[in-house]
Design a protein around this ligand. Structure first.
Ligand code: X2X
Length: 339
């Protein structure tokens, strides 16, 4: 008798599951060879999870059921801090994380979050799909994680508050603001003389509700899908940084996948990223009216004084020193002179 390797693999995977007496044959006939977990911090309705579901279905179909990608949205597997340690140990196979938070492990990964660096999405995608993104992915690779080529969009970040609108840099003075756990975020809001508190996204709604902090900053797509408007009054369109999510794989888990299957998985993840960028940019551009109808009061401050405040506080000079000349030159090649 001759069996192909694939038939054998399928048969052994099936019999492992069928070990239980009387297990229903029909329901188990399509057991996947690879069942991998993908976890993230975004609500189920965020474009990231909407596109991830499509992507998972496409991967299953194109691999004839060999690869089953299971999605765990909304911090179901823990906070970003927890998920970062799980993906490093291999307890989790895939995870999307803001480059700024990943910077606790890979310092270069926060560079796209430098205050007021990116003027618009065209500049963002040119840089992140070009030299700057390639440089950051190289650094992520050195830390033992595998980043997919296309970064996913979180968006340009806006400031919300339960106490007052932010109309000028002075309004940030002493402002109790939640920031994600990331040296760049803390440094930037300290440069504004604010009082930043590092809190994982999984705790943000309750931190705002119980007034542990007055405000937070996030793109409109997240302010909407995470319902932060329920616990905030003002939304100031500060557009102070662009933030994206790297789609990361645990290296050992990634290398275990046969090359033909890996190509299908990578292709679909990157295609989903591009679709998610479109969805999220549209939401971020169009949500203002909807959020106003839910009670958020909007204002649009002139950002020039904010940028000047960062410059005079030495923020750009400090971070140029931290990233080094090579990385800073790649950033400035994309966005122009910063300091
Ligand atoms: O933690 C946040 O604020 C969030 C959801 O935007 C990130 O993942 C960076």
């Amino acid at each position: 008798m001759s069996f192909s390797r694939r038939t054998l693999l399928k048969a052994s995977a099936a019999s492992a599951v069928l070990g239980g007496i009387g297990a229903p044959l029909v329901a188990r006939a399509q057991t996947a060879e690879f069942t991998y977990k993908y976890a993230n911090n975004a609500p189920d309705s965020h474009p990231m999870n909407v596109r991830a579901k499509e992507m998972s279905a496409a991967i299953k179909a194109e691999t004839n059921g060999r690869f089953d990608l299971q999605i765990f949205p909304n911090n179901q597997l823990g906070s970003d801090t927890d998920m970062l340690s799980q993906i490093r140990s291999g307890g989790l196979e895939f995870f999307t994380l803001s480059g700024l938070i990943l910077a606790t492990l890979v310092p270069a990964a926060s560079i796209n979050g430098i205050g007021f660096a990116f003027p618009d999405y065209d500049t963002v995608w040119k840089a992140m799909d070009g030299d700057l993104g390639a440089y950051v992915r190289g650094e992520i690779g050195k830390a033992g994680l595998v980043p997919m080529d296309k970064i996913w969009d979180n968006g340009f970040r806006q400031t919300t508050s339960s106490t007052k609108p932010i109309t000028s840099p002075d309004d940030y003075k002493g402002f109790k603001i939640r920031v994600p756990i990331s040296p760049l975020w803390t440094s930037m809001f300290k440069a504004f003389d604010a009082s930043p508190a590092s809190i994982n996204f999984s705790e943000v709604y309750s931190a705002l509700q119980t007034k542990i902090v007055e405000g937070q900053e996030n793109p409109l797509a997240l302010i909407s899908t995470a319902k932060l408007y329920e616990v905030q009054k003002y939304c100031s369109l500060t557009n102070h940084m662009w933030d994206g999510f790297w789609f990361l794989a645990n290296r050992r888990a990634w290398e275990k996948i046969p090359e033909d299957v890996r190509a299908i998985v990578a292709k679909n993840i990157n295609a989903a990223a591009v679709n998610e960028r479109g969805d999220t940019a549209k939401l971020n551009a169009n949500l203002r009216g909807e959020l106003e109808s839910k009670g958020l009061v909007f204002n649009q401050p002139d950002v020039a004084p904010f940028r000047e405040k960062l410059r005079s506080a030495g923020f750009y000079a400090e971070w140029k020193g931290k990233y080094g000349d090579q990385a800073w030159a790649l950033l400035e090649k994309s966005v122009g002179k910063l300091s």
